[in-house]
Write a protein that binds this ligand. Sequence first.
Ligand code: OFO
Length: 163
Amino acid sequence: MASKKMIKSLNEQLNKELFSSYLYLSMSAYFEEDNLNGMAAWMRFQSQEEYAHAMKFYDFIHKIGGRVKLAQIDTPKDKWENPLAAFKEAYEHEKFISKSIHEIVDLAMEEKDHAARSFLNWFVDEQVEEEENANLIVEKFKMIGDNKTALYMLDKELGARNS
Ligand code: OFO
């Protein structure tokens, strides 16, 4: 049986995943406004992934006999200085989420909670990918600078995302 502290941490992570979903949906709306439809689609896809992450926590909490407690979701920002700033923030946010996941892994190890540790493994691996993906896009933005044609191409490339 998981500890109360563990159930609380898992519920807090569920809220963070829902906020991630909200944040990326807000970024998607920002890109829509600027007619960067490929970036909007990429962020919308990411938002759906985050919702799926949240539901993994939701299901796991129930599976181990805990109770899901939904808390208020913070209002995300709705404006960024430019597209690069939005993706930079996405990268920073993923680093924050990785740190948060690692803290729950530490707790699972402290409490010798092998079930939680095993469940969280998937997220540890997923975060490596999430950080890499966001960082790669930030680096591409830096490479293209003010080149509008390259921005158009990058928008097209990001719009092709299907996983
Ligand atoms: Fe973007 O990551 Fe969820 O966990």
